[in-house]
Design a protein around this ligand. Structure first.
Ligand code: AMP
Length: 316
C-alpha cells in the first residue's frame, strides 16, 4: 500500500533548552514521511527552493521515500523558526517564511495516482484541497493542520475538513477550531465539521481518538486513549506530532483492512514514532531507527498501559 503525502518540506531553525540549530531539514511532510517509511511506501508532494540539494534529498531516498513529486522552484524553501522553553510542551513560532510555497500549484505525477492512502499534512488548506481534488479515488483520507491556518484560513479549512476520514490535531487546535475549552465537547463540534474520526494529540500525555457515528460502531471503545512514553529527556519536540501521524498512518496502510483494532494499534505506533522523534534535533533520530527498536518500544507502550493481572503478579 502506498501513502501519498502533501505538506511542508522545510528548513527549521529551532531553539530548545538543549541548544539551537539553524536551518536543519524539517517540515511536516518530512517528519511524516520518515516515520511512515518504516511501515509502508511513501510518496511526497511538495515544493522546495534552490537551497534544497542532494544532501536533503538523500535523507528521503535513503529511507526509500519517493520524491518525484517534490518540485524544485526558484527561490528559497519554506523556513520555520520556533522556540521551546520550560516544559517543552508548545512551540512559540518566531517566523513562518512560506517562500516557494506561496505560489505552489501542486500537480500529482502519473505514477502517484494509484496511491490508496492520502495524508494532507500541515500546510495551507488551499493546497490540501487542490491535492484532495486530484485524488478522488483515495481509499482513506487523513489530515492535520495548525493554529497558523485555523486563525486566518478557516473557510478553506472547513472545505478540507468535510472531505476527511480522520483529522489529527492537538488539544490547543481542538479548542481553537471548536471554541470549546472542554476536549470532549470540542471533539463533538469538530466531528460535526466533517471528519469521521478525530485523533487529539496530547503531546507528552498520549492521544485520544473520538469516533463519529459513521465509523467503527459495534462496541469500539469511544473515546479510546493511547499512552505516551514518559521520557527523561526531550531534546527537541519539533515534528513529534507529524511523526506520530506518520507512525499511525503508516501502520494503518500496512494492514490488510481498516478495523477498529488496527486503528487502536496504529495509535500506539504513532506514540512510538513520536517518542523517537524527540530524542534528537530535527529529523536526526527518525533517519535511523531499527525495526527491532520500534517493536521493543511498542511492547513497552502496551506494558505501561495494561491493567490485566500479570502471570508473575505476587502479593506485595
Ligand atoms: P509539529 O512539531 O509536529 O507540530 O510540526 C513541526 C513542523 O511543522 C516543522 O518541521 C515546521 O517546518 C512545520 N511547520 C511549522 N509551521 C508550519 C506551517 N504554518 N505550515 C506548514 N508547516 C509548518
Amino acid at each position: 500500500m502506498s501513502i501519498l503525502v502533501v505538506g511542508s518540506v522545510a528548513f527549521d531553525s529551532i531553539g530548545t533548552p538543549h541548544g539551537r540549530v539553524q536551518k536543519c531539514l524539517g517540515g511536516a511532510a518530512t517528519h511524516f514521511a520518515l516515520a511512515a517509511s518504516y511501515f509502508t511506501d511513501v510518496r511526497v508532494i511538495a515544493v522546495v527552493g534552490e537551497d534544497f540539494g542532494p544532501e536533503q534529498e538523500a535523507v528521503f531516498t535513503r529511507r526509500g521515500i519517493d520524491i518525484r513529486g517534490i518540485e524544485h522552484a526558484k527561490g528559497l524553501s519554506f523556513h520555520w523558526t520556533g522556540e521551546y522553553s520550560g516544559n517543552l510542551s508548545e512551540a512559540k513560532t518566531l517566523g513562518t517564511d512560506l517562500n516557494v510555497f506561496a505560489d505552489f500549484e501542486p500537480k500529482i505525477p502519473e505514477a502517484y495516482l494509484d496511491s490508496e492512502y492520502l495524508f494532507l499534512a500541515n500546510i495551507d488548506p488551499k493546497l490540501q484541497a487542490k491535492v484532495r481534488a486530484q485524488m478522488p479515488n483515495a481509499k482513506l483520507v487523513c489530515g492535520d493542520t495548525m493554529n497558523y491556518w485555523i486563525a486566518d484560513h478557516r473557510e478553506t479549512l472547513g472545505e478540507v475538513l468535510k472531505e476527511l476520514d480522520v483529522l489529527l490535531i492537538n488539544d490547543g487546535e481542538v479548542r481553537m477550531l471548536s471554541g470549546e475549552h472542554n476536549t470532549v465537547r470540542g471533539a463533538e463540534k469538530v466531528l460535526a465539521m466533517g471528519p469521521k474520526a478525530l485523533v487529539v494529540k496530547h503531546g507528552e500525555y498520549g492521544a485520544t481518538a473520538f469516533f463519529g457515528d459513521r465509523m467503527f460502531l459495534n462496541g469500539t471503545p469511544n473515546p479510546f486513549r493511547a499512552p505516551a512514553l514518559p521520557l527523561a529527556e526531550v531534546v527537541d519536540p519539533t515534528g513529534a506530532g507529524d511523526s506520530f501521524a506518520g507512525g499511525f498512518y503508516g501502520y494503518l496502510a500496512s494492514q490488510p483492512s481498516l478495523t477498529s483494532a488496527a486503528f487502536r494499534r496504529a495509535l500506539f505506533y504513532g506514540g512510538v514514532m513520536g517518542s523517537f522523534a524527540v530524542e534528537r534535533f530535527g529529523t536526526e533520530r527518525l533517519q535511523d531507527v531499527r525495526l527491532a527498536e520500534i517493536e521493543d518500544r511498542f511492547r513497552l507502550f502496551k506494558e505501561i498501559s495494561h491493567l490485566e493481572e500479570h502471570p508473575g503478579d505476587v502479593p506485595a
